[in-house]
Design a protein around this ligand. Structure first.
Ligand SMILES: [Zn+2]
Length: 319
């Protein structure tokens, strides 16, 4: 269905009361888990509109949730109430992946304004290096270069993969990787120091994460190195290293997980259970029900292309 047609259909459904009826009946015992990645510090949403949004749009979403009467719940409470079938009407959970500085600077004040709790799935390896995530920075710089050979996202992916392979094979330290980014920025005439100053693609520091944890942000697991090895011991190590860092920040043992890059596999489920994980969220699009495996809960990935009608249709449980 074309997007114009889809919007027209959604508009008609809303006008004829289908959204309201769906909210009352279809949606009653279900949970909408919203997924966000980043809020632009500069122009990141023009580069990756599926992952980044401007703060104005994010604030509109929070205001919409408030006006719509959403019951925004902490994740830990929501998963228990989903299982026990005691969810309040219009229940919603807000989740953020990764834990970039833009969450701290932009998203957190917007959620505070509405007193909404949220869950932050924090990947921890970069939190101790106050440096940009190398592959993201390279991908962004290639886009910023404006060169025709990097206009296509797939071409940028290939180029970034080559940069990552080279860094791997040469065993570059994070500082050396950052020098590679700097040289690339200089070649295309971008002021790298100002990018560093704005902290693009940098994770929050443990101190910032601790401040967030005191502001209704529940910090949970996303692996230490943002990867899910298919070897049991390496997978469990990712969870344990991640949990150790999160616990040092919050003082609480984390029990909820989000698959990095949305990569799931049946073999992960018993490993997660052995680690005592109570719930895990994916990047599968949909509303969570009691029939879902708690270790495979779907979410709605919000982004720049999502209209307010789309957003309301998710909240209302209209497919
Ligand atoms: Zn992630």
């Amino acid at each position: 269905m074309s997007n114009t047609l889809k919007q027209a259909v959604l508009k008609a459904l809303r006008a004829t009361g289908v959204f309201a009826a769906s909210t009352r009946f279809r949606r009653r015992d279900k949970l909408v888990i919203l997924c966000y990645h980043g809020i632009s510090l500069r122009d990141e949403h023009l580069w990756e509109g599926g992952l980044y949004m401007p703060i104005e749009l994010f604030r509109q979403r929070m205001a919409f949730l408030h006006a719509w009467g959403a019951n925004v719940l902490p994740l830990s409470e929501a998963v228990v109430r989903l299982r026990e079938n005691t969810l309040p009407p219009k229940s919603v959970v807000i989740t953020f992946d990764d834990g970039f500085y833009d969450f701290y600077l932009k998203a957190l004040p917007a959620m505070r304004e509405f007193d909404f709790p949220s869950t932050l799935y924090l990947t921890t390896w970069y939190t101790k290096h106050k440096l940009p995530v190398f592959t993201l920075m390279v991908k962004y710089l290639l886009w910023k270069s404006g060169k025709p050979e990097f206009a296509d996202p797939e071409a940028r992916e290939h180029a970034v993969a080559r940069y990552a392979e080279q860094a791997d094979s040469e065993h570059l330290t994070p500082e050396q990787c950052d020098q590679v980014s700097r040289q690339l920025a200089e070649r295309i005439g971008i002021d790298y120091d100002s990018i560093l100053e704005d902290r693009l693609f940098q994770l929050m520091t443990p101190e910032e994460a601790a401040v967030a944890a005191k502001s209704k942000v529940d910090i949970q697991l996303h692996t230490h190195r943002h990867r899910t090895p298919h070897d049991r011991d390496l997978f469990v190590r990712e969870i344990h290293d991640n949990a150790k860092f999160v616990e040092a920040i919050t003082g609480l043992a984390p029990q909820h997980f989000c698959y990095p890059s949305g990569v799931t596999s049946p073999e992960f489920l018993p490993w997660l259970r052995q680690c005592g994980i109570q719930s895990a969220t994916t990047c599968e699009h949909g509303v969570a029900t009691r029939d879902d495996d708690p270790l495979l809960l779907p979410r709605y990935l919000d982004g720049c292309a999502v209209t307010e009608l789309d957003f309301e249709s998710w909240l209302s449980g209209v497919r």
